[in-house]
Design a protein around this ligand. Structure first.
Ligand SMILES: C[S@@+](CC[C@H](N)C(=O)[O-])C[C@H]1O[C@@H](n2cnc3c(N)ncnc32)[C@H](O)[C@@H]1O
Length: 269
């Protein structure tokens, strides 16, 4: 399948609209763990844009630190949750590839697990650069490689062993960030200086293998499509594969699954 940015945009928007209601109780229990690292250095006086804000947890956390905040997302359903949960904050509908703000509007731009969902992440990073004032800072997070991001490794190893990794008909993505270096070089290409990356680790708790699959299914777009496309007959084996591989991570109340994300940051000269 050829890369078609509009097909990716439509697929992602529909997927996140579908996930919005369940997101807080499912995928956000993973993504929220990385908010403190993403917001390092943010405090009173910051004028911050949260790109791909989803239900607005990062936006709220930045406001709690004293920043003036704006959340932006292209999903109407995500924005409805954000506005309902954080009634005092500003949330705008818009696309990360075409931010509806003038040049030099913000002192900080952040995006928690948003940029790699945009059809052309490089355009989103250039847009972030455009809306930042000189001296302003960007920070964005993306998932680390499966080798250290065990929740993903459990799922995709099981699908590779017992299902069909190519079953999904989702349009191929515009490309994520395979490593800290790829995130850093994308920032440099977008014009940022003082580029840094750091890997942050967390634990994603689930009652068991079925709960882990359910969290991906109800709270994501592309990964949910991959799971939904698996042949029904393969699901018991996929579940059993995850359960066996996850045994080393059994804690007192279920599975304590390691997860890891890269925070990439840079400054507009
Ligand atoms: C994994 S969620 C992250 C949500 C939130 N930042 C968090 O910390 O949990 C990805 C978000 O990116 C948004 N998104 C994806 N592509 C986008 C685009 N091109 N423009 C704006 N938002 C986009 C989705 O609607 C969704 O809310």
């Amino acid at each position: 399948m050829d890369f078609d940015p509009e097909a990716v945009r439509t697929f992602e928007r529909e997927g996140w609209n579908r996930a919005a209601a369940a997101y807080e109780a499912s995928f956000a229990t993973a993504t929220r763990q990385f908010i403190p690292a993403l917001l390092e250095g943010i405090g009173p006086g910051a004028d911050l844009l949260d790109v791909a804000c989803g239900p607005g947890f990062v936006t709220q956390a930045a406001a709690d630190r004293g920043a003036t905040v704006t959340g932006l997302d292209f999903s109407a359903a995500m924005l409805a949750v954000a506005r309902d949960r954080h009634p005092g904050l500003r949330f705008d509908q818009g696309d990360a590839e075409a931010l509806p703000y003038g040049d030099a509007s913000f002192s900080a731009v952040v995006s928690n697990f948003g940029i790699h969902h945009v059809p052309r992440p490089q355009i989103a990073l250039r847009e972030a650069h455009r809306v930042l004032r000189s001296g302003g800072r960007i920070a964005f997070s993306f998932w680390a490689a499966h080798a250290e991001n065990i929740a993903w490794k459990l799922l995709f190893d099981a699908i590779a062993a017992c299902g069909d990794p190519k079953a999904s008909t989702a349009p191929p993505s515009g490309g994520g960030f395979a490593s800290p270096d790829s995130g850093a070089s994308a920032l440099r290409q977008a014009g940022f200086a003082e580029v840094e990356t750091t890997t942050v680790r967390g634990i994603w708790r689930h009652a068991g293998a079925a709960a882990l699959i359910a969290a991906f299914s109800s709270g994501t777009a592309r990964t949910a499509a991959t799971i939904a496309a698996q042949p029904a007959a393969a699901m018991p084996a996929i579940l059993a594969h995850i359960a066996a591989a996850a045994e080393p991570f059994r804690g007192e109340d279920g599975l304590d699954v390691p997860i890891a994300a890269v925070i990439a940051s840079g400054v507009k000269a």
